[in-house]
Design a protein around this ligand. Sequence first.
Ligand code: DX5
Ligand code: ZN
Length: 222
Amino acid sequence: MKPALISASLVCMDFFNLQETLRLMEESAIEYLHVDIMDGEFVQNFALCPEFCESLRKHTSIPLDIHLMIKNPELKIHWFHPRPGEYISVHAESTPHIPRALAEIRRYGARPMIALNPGTPIHMLDYVLDDIDGVLVMTVNPGFSGQKMVPATLEKIAQVRAYLDERGRPDVDIQADGNVSFENAVKMRRAGANIFVGGTSSIFSQAGAIRDNIQTLRTALK
Ligand code: DX5
Ligand code: ZN
């Protein structure tokens, strides 16, 4: 089983405590910073921006995990100046030219990840298997934090893991994004996910301090 990695969803943090939040992320050895980008078209919300990504790179060495919930991402990858070691995820539903979007990410030396909404069939992976390092299985409908997991997505994680392993791609990561609570994380891990987006359901839950929440999530993922 691949090691469990945590990607902290910064759209869920207290923006008035950004510096302290980054310090806590580094202290807790968080593996990625999840940056949700929303354009108000692909999803009914706006969130974060390329300048925020650039600023993060100046203030932390934690690699970014940029989740593009935007239309036609193949035309906009260059806005984000992807770096080697970063994950950039693009939605299979967001463009007719998904291979072009994935190739554009790879051209920067970054890691291409394809995102699937809860209702999107797994066979959308059929013709991009050679182009990806990861699959983002949306466990909520994208656009808003604080939602409840779509129950069918647990089985979907297991099906994606089996699909990848059967096709000789056990190396491909599976990221779960959406309502990754301490309880759901255990089920998602068991189903085969290995990267977990920590948002309001875990890391930034009001029920505890960030440092303690990260520890609780790590323990749940053991
Ligand atoms: C959903 C976002 C996530 C996530 C936030 O569109 O991509 O980052 O839902 O975490 P939760 O679901 O725990 O608030
Ligand atoms: Zn996300």
